[in-house]
Design a binder for this molecule. Sequence first.
Ligand code: MLT
Length: 216
Amino acid sequence: MPHNNNKGIGSFTHHYIPATQMGQQSPTLLLLHGTGGDENDLLDLGRMLAPGAALLSPRGNVLENGMPRFFKRLAEGVFDVPDLIQHTHELADFVESASRAYGFDADKVIAVGFSNGANIAASMLLLRPQVLAAAVLLHPMVPFEPEGIPDLTGKRVFIGAGRRDTLIPMQNTEQLVQLLQHAGATVEAHWHNGGHTITHEEIRDAKQWLNLYYKE
Ligand code: MLT
């Protein structure tokens, strides 16, 4: 059963599931849901990607017509950048506090985000890169154009994208790949022929990619 224990660590409703014996050496997955999701949405995905690993799954605390998100947007794909920046820092602070409260290794946190969750994870790579060791970004876009390029040397990023995504033009995802590479990250982009949804092959490829950090 997921733990729902805020332990006084900030304003995110969340689940924290400790690593099982088998997953003790593995990273903690930071699960970040899409618009209208919540802290339950990606638990199964996390279990599939890294069985036995610790899972930290917050619920976005911005509401759009009752749907939880991680930051405000002005229209589909048009972000309220000051709000995004503020919420990125808030989420990064939450991850750091959660690491102290639950005792997981702050140097081994890997974000796994879908859509809106992938966008705030990308924003965290740009603004607070020290919080994430790596990231799995499923259907992300460029969150904002950073003023300075962060140093992402040593960070690995897996991107899952759909050629028929009606929300995110291919060009935008390619721009994100270039931005992260320019910052020094090692990026692996996996394209499928579908739209704005997570596919089985994407999960399989992301799991394989994560194997470097985690052995079953
Ligand atoms: C966003 O708002 O982050 C993107 O438009 C994707 C989404 O709809 O969540």
